[in-house]
Write a protein that binds this ligand. Structure first.
Ligand code: ADE
Length: 224
């Protein structure tokens, strides 16, 4: 999967992509991530990317021309399956959406900043509008990093068997069961006997029961 991220502050996203799973995926050639600074696509000497909103009001708006130039340049090089705009008024990201988007080959992720982008950007280029939750961030950059993490870990080969994404919370509509590691007893708090019994089928049943119990307690909405 190739991801092109467009932003006015791409440096905000460097560290999430520089460690752990997202780094390994890129090193293994399974994910290719390119950052594009919108200021590199301006046409005036001031490298202006934003301007006052027509009609007045607070905040600045990202201009259509530099975004057009960047997206058009990328589209001239390859076909894209989606142009995603990160925005608090988009569809709220969930595991089903991440699963579907992870099947794409090439995507563009556009980060809003200030008051967002000129509406014509959305009308002309954007195919998906995605929010990571009902709260407002200073820009779409951290949201883009969250989205990309959720997609990249689903690319076949990125996670080893031992950390398969199929056992993640939400993949089967349930939250994940509790996990333990050594020591078996810590200050009188012991690991459930079943987990040290060596009885794999019983462990599986216990995990399923726990997943159901925890989902009922914490997120009954997931059970419909
Ligand atoms: N930009 C600002 N807030 C956001 C959010 N909650 N999700 C996605 N992009 C955003």
């Amino acid at each position: 999967m190739r991801i092109d991220i467009i932003s006015v502050v791409p440096e905000l996203m460097h560290s999430p992509f520089a460690g752990s799973i997202m780094k390994r995926a890129q090193e293994a050639g399974l994910a290719e991530v390119h950052f594009h600074n919108l200021r590199d696509y301006t046409t005036n000497t001031y490298k202006q990317v934003d301007d006052y909103p027509y009609g007045g009001g607070a905040g600045m708006v990202l201009m259509v021309a530099p975004i057009d130039k960047c997206i058009s340049q990328l589209k001239a090089e390859r076909e894209y399956d989606a142009v995603i705009y990160m925005t608090p008024d988009g569809d709220v990201l969930n595991q089903g959406m991440a699963n579907a988007l992870s099947l794409f080959q090439n995507i563009i992720v556009l980060c809003g900043h200030y008051k967002g982008v000129d509406q014509r950007v959305r009308d002309m280029f954007v195919t998906h509008e995605i929010s990571i939750g009902d709260y407002v961030l200073s820009g779409g950059e951290l949201a883009a990093a969250v989205l990309c993490d959720s997609l990249i870990r689903l690319i076949p080969g990125v996670l080893g068997n031992e950390t398969s994404a199929l056992t993640d919370s939400f993949q089967d509509g349930l939250l994940a069961p509790p996990v333990y590691t050594r020591p078996a007893d810590y200050k009188g708090h012991s690991v459930p006997d079943i987990l040290t019994s060596g009885n794999t089928p019983k462990v599986e049943t216990w995990r399923e029961e726990q997943a159901l119990k925890i989902t009922k307690q914490k997120r009954p909405d997931l059970l419909g």
